[in-house]
Design a protein around this ligand. Structure first.
Ligand SMILES: [Fe+2]
Length: 507
């Protein structure tokens, strides 16, 4: 099953390192100087302060956290989170939020002894730059001249996107290269993870999917190829495979059903000429609006590409879930993002310290694939959401609820300020609005011990209160969201805004 020659030939060769190999000189003077590190000071808007990052690169620890409300007695464990925690060095700042170095947090939560730890992942990049006091290697959205050799994507790995725990081991994830293993207690970095010698340095995405039996599926994309991983509940690699995709595409997330793995390939290409001329990765991306979005369906049993369907062009970062009915129909949900927002630089304007307005909002989409007829249909909702989550017990199975941050009563304000539960059967939402001074991050569904019903659990997530200039974790009864948090845990500081997390229940 393992395609050894292909893996060895392509290991570590992501799109970025491919550019290096094709003669792209990261050290060349850029015709677009605005893509280089930003020398201007960060803005003072109180809502945007967590996007400054922690420029000292130092770890934080807080104990005896203040709890408002009543923490559920049976909810004990650690909420791990990850995100771009360091965005500036030596008075120069990255242009793009995705560029920052990974800062992993552990919120140790329970009725007592609440504690928060945050540590930067000691990637090769971070360690070298921390010592030098300046950025040394190229980033996704900022043109940084290489002052260190970049031989493979792990030389630029920021480990900044998500975290997961598999077989008792904690991993910081980044889609372009290796996962980094961390000590689950201390968050000390143990180093890049190699699942098999042939897979050294291969992309391992930040969005693995874990089925109810503990099986973990993941992927990585590079140069029009797709690496697939199946890992058992103990953390052992069961199978891997590298396939060719019908088109090269930026793929951030995917979904799993009982029988299939499903990928959406937006028509987002890379202009190699622009990249060679000195554009950053994000500026060299080109949207081919007249092309279809490919829907790639892979058979889990064989890891072979089984169907390729076409859907209208759309940019996708995140999925909620998917299931198949055993009769040739797959249903899935995802969030469609605004292409202009992503490519035009309005997205980056937030890092200029300005309160950027959204372009078109990111919105939920519901896709039905008829595999026998080769047809795709899509339904849409209009509210702005991102970072969708489902009950971990229904991953790859028929499901009813999707949980996501959303916006309520905001005009032209960046970020989310509310959380919602969408009931797919009834088509309505239940919402809690934190108010205009809060930025809400991803919220996870944690099942209550002994419960069997989907959605019977707590909704647990984090946010930032701009008036207090403090970050918090909030827990809701997931079946009574509009009643507000059962409890809120406050940090004595703010934490850089992050992307994704994982809750690990205490044994
Ligand atoms: Fe993501």
């Amino acid at each position: 099953m393992l395609q050894r020659r292909t893996l060895l030939g392509q290991a570590g060769a992501t799109l970025t390192t491919a550019l290096l190999a094709t003669g792209h000189s990261w050290a060349a003077p850029s015709p677009a100087r605005a893509e280089g590190l930003n020398p201007s000071p960060f803005g003072e808007h109180p809502l945007l302060q967590p996007l400054r990052g922690w420029s000292d690169g130092q770890d934080r620890l807080a104990e005896g956290l203040r709890v408002q409300g009543r923490w559920p007695r049976e909810l004990r464990g650690t909420l791990y989170r990850n995100g771009p925690g360091l965005l500036g060095r030596g008075g120069l700042r990255y242009r793009h939020w995705f560029d920052g170095d990974g800062l992993v947090q552990a919120w140790q939560l329970g009725p007592e002894a609440l504690r928060h730890t945050a540590r930067f992942v000691q990637t090769r990049k971070f360690s070298a730059e921390q010592e030098a006091g300046e950025f040394l290697v190229p980033a996704f959205g900022t043109l940084v001249p290489a002052r260190r050799p970049v031989r493979g994507s792990d030389d630029m790995n920021t480990a900044n996107t998500s975290v997961t725990v598999q077989g008792g081991r904690l991993y910081a994830l980044w889609e372009g290269g290796s996962a980094h293993e961390l000590d689950p207690q201390t968050l000390r970095t143990l180093g890049p993870k190699t699942w098999a010698p042939e897979l050294r340095g291969m992309p391992f995405s930040a969005h693995p999917k874990r089925e109810a039996d503990g099986t973990l599926w993941n992927f990585g994309t590079f140069l029009g190829r797709l690496a697939l991983y199946q890992i058992d509940a103990q953390g052992r690699l069961l199978r891997s495979r590298v396939l060719s995709l019908p088109t090269a595409a930026m793929v951030h997330d995917f979904v799993v059903t009982q029988r299939h793995l499903v990928f959406l390939l937006p028509p987002l290409g890379l202009d190699l000429e622009a990249a060679r001329a000195g554009a950053s990765m994000v500026s060299a991306m080109r949207w081919r609006a007249d092309e279809a979005m490919r829907v790639v369906v892979i058979d889990k049993a064989t890891l072979e590409l089984q169907h390729t369907l076409e859907a209208p062009a759309g940019l996708v970062f995140h999925f909620g879930n998917a299931w198949d009915d055993g009769q040739g129909t797959i249903r899935l949900d995802y969030v469609q993002s605004d292409m202009d927002e992503f490519l035009s630089g309005r997205f980056n304007a937030v890092l200029e310290g300005a309160m950027a307005a959204h372009g078109a909002p990111s919105q939920a989409r519901f896709m039905t694939l008829d595999l026998r007829q080769g047809r795709v249909s899509i339904a849409a909702r209009s509210e702005s959401t991102e970072f969708p989550q489902v009950d971990p017990r229904v991953v790859a199975q028929r499901y009813r609820y999707v949980y996501a941050p959303t916006q309520r009563g905001l005009a032209d304000r960046w970020g989310f300020n509310a959380v919602q539960r969408l009931d797919l059967e009834r088509g309505h939402t239940e919402v809690f609005d934190f108010g205009p001074d809060t930025v809400v991050e991803e919220h996870l569904l944690v099942p209550k011990p002994g419960s069997r019903r989907e959605g019977e659990g707590w909704l647990l997530g984090t946010g930032f209160d701009a008036r207090r200039q403090r970050s918090f974790a909030a827990v809701f009864d997931a079946e009574a969201l509009s009643a507000g948090p059962l409890a809120t845990v406050w940090l004595p500081y703010w934490v850089p805004l992050g992307f994704h997390g994982h809750f690990q229940r205490s044994a």
